[in-house]
Write a protein that binds this ligand. Structure first.
Ligand code: FES
Length: 276
């Protein structure tokens, strides 16, 4: 419940990208005021305003960090963007630490006139770090698709990919055991990989379905999509596919999904992977 709230599911919009506008804007505004105080040294209100803008910036950054960390925890453990997210987080923490130090320096050196050279340099460095971190944050969403459409799904996504050891050349013709059926609750999914075939497995009611993981539209991860009314909805652009047949129920995708036969034996899920 709290996790859903921090991820912005009730608002149908992720919270972290919404909240980060405040610290970024306040830190930049603080730097603008610093520059203004250097140009107009006789104006006594500029430097205190820069100090308070920075202070509110640190407070709102700490606020934005909480949903950001929850978003990070939700990235699949083997997702290539997870390492990038760690760098994004460390850069943000470094920037907030620098701004905290900056505030301390300003407080101890306050003369109400002009910004000191060290706090000014620290502000410039802080904005530089935030720019790099913001760029990384943008690529995590726009290039890697992390968190896109997640608010539409109620159940948790798969934590990692289940890697099935490659069997002999003839073996993939036989059903392959992939997981315990009990590991999957209604509406949940698994992500399984055998050699270069990645398959999503979904449970709806007491039925299990297996289909290609990557959406035929732009390769969205279907194991992170919404399972509802016999369909899977791609988290990226909302194409819908029939779980049983793979048929397109709603575009933009024009090509259906490849599906795989799933059987349950002794509480174990077996999938017929393609040969080769
Ligand atoms: S990637 Fe699935 S609908 Fe676009």
């Amino acid at each position: 419940m709290i996790k859903d709230l921090l991820q912005g599911k009730p608002f149908k919009h992720p919270l972290h990208p919404f909240l980060v506008h405040f610290p970024v804007g306040l830190f930049l505004f603080s730097l603008v005021l610093d520059v203004a105080s250097l140009i107009f040294p006789a104006e006594p209100t500029l430097e205190p305003a820069a100090f308070y803008s920075m202070g509110f910036g640190v407070a709102t950054a700490l606020l934005a960090a909480v949903p950001g960390f929850v978003d990070y925890l939700d990235i699949r453990k083997d997702h290539p963007a997870r390492a990038k997210a760690v760098h994004h987080m460390l850069l943000n923490l470094a920037a907030v630490g620098l701004y905290g130090l900056n505030l301390g320096l300003r407080y101890s050196q306050a003369d109400g006139q002009q910004v000191g050279w060290l706090p000014f340099v620290l502000s410039c460095v802080g904005v530089g770090i935030l720019s790099v971190s913001g760029y990384l944050g943008g690529t995590i969403v726009y290039a890697d698709g992390v968190g896109v459409g997640r608010h539409r799904r109620r159940s948790p996504g798969p934590k990692q990919t289940i890697e099935i050891k490659a069997l002999g050349a003839a073996a993939p013709r036989e059903p392959v055991s992939v997981a315990k059926a009990g590991a999957l609750q209604d509406g949940e999914t698994l992500r399984v990989k055998l050699a270069n075939v990645v398959v999503a497995i979904a449970r709806q009611g007491d039925e299990y379905f297996a289909f290609q993981e990557f959406c035929p539209h732009r390769y969205g991860p279907l194991s992170e999509g919404k399972i509802e009314k016999g369909t899977v909805e791609c988290p990226w652009h909302r194409s819908c596919f029939d779980l049983a047949t793979g048929e397109v129920k709603q575009g933009p995708a024009k090509i259906g999904l490849k599906t795989y036969k799933v059987t349950v034996r002794d509480d174990t899920l077996w999938i017929d992977f393609p040969s080769g």
